[in-house]
Design a protein around this ligand. Structure first.
Ligand SMILES: [Zn+2]
Length: 161
């Protein structure tokens, strides 16, 4: 049975009601016209988020986001120092666990005399191993795993110290 011409069941005062008026070929009542006016006014003001255009991520934007993700730096464990011949001026290799206060780390051509060790609290403990610590020299610090290779200046021997 068609609802054309039937006023019964119209949801007056709503957009749906207005559409029902049109569909049923019944002149819209004031309440429904008012609802339509308010709806359109709201749309002009940018309200009605439920009818807003779906936010589509453009292909280009997605690609830019991928690039940004790829450019995000990833923290890596301290790289092993390059294999260099044993020359005193560039230090001698020892294991991180053998480091002691007073040792002088040779790092990138600079010398850092260790004055203290601080506990390592970073996220690489699992990779670097239990016993990882930070060898500190003033404000300088170097994360050293127990099996990391560190170059230090040869320790003084004998009674010279
Ligand atoms: Zn109506």
């Amino acid at each position: 049975m068609s609802v054309i011409g039937q006023a019964e069941g119209i949801e007056h005062g709503t957009i749906t009601g207005y559409k029902q008026h049109i569909y049923r070929k019944i002149k819209p009542c004031e309440d429904c016209k008012k609802a339509l006016r308010e709806d359109r006014a709201a749309a002009r003001r940018g309200e009605r988020p439920e009818r807003a255009k779906p936010q589509r991520t453009s292909r280009r934007k997605a690609a830019e986001e991928l690039d940004a993700a790829a450019a995000t730096p990833v923290l890596l464990p301290v790289p092993p120092p390059p294999q260099l011949p044993d020359r005193p001026e560039i230090g001698v290799p020892i294991k991180g666990r053998e480091l002691e206060i007073g040792d002088v780390i040779v790092f990138l051509g600079d010398h850092h005399r260790i004055d203290r060790f601080e506990p390592y609290t970073g996220s690489l403990r699992a990779e670097l191993g239990e016993g990882t610590r930070v060898a500190c020299s003033g404000t300088w610090g170097m994360t050293v795993g127990p099996t990391s290779t560190v170059r230090i200046l040869p320790r003084p021997t004998g009674d010279a110290a």
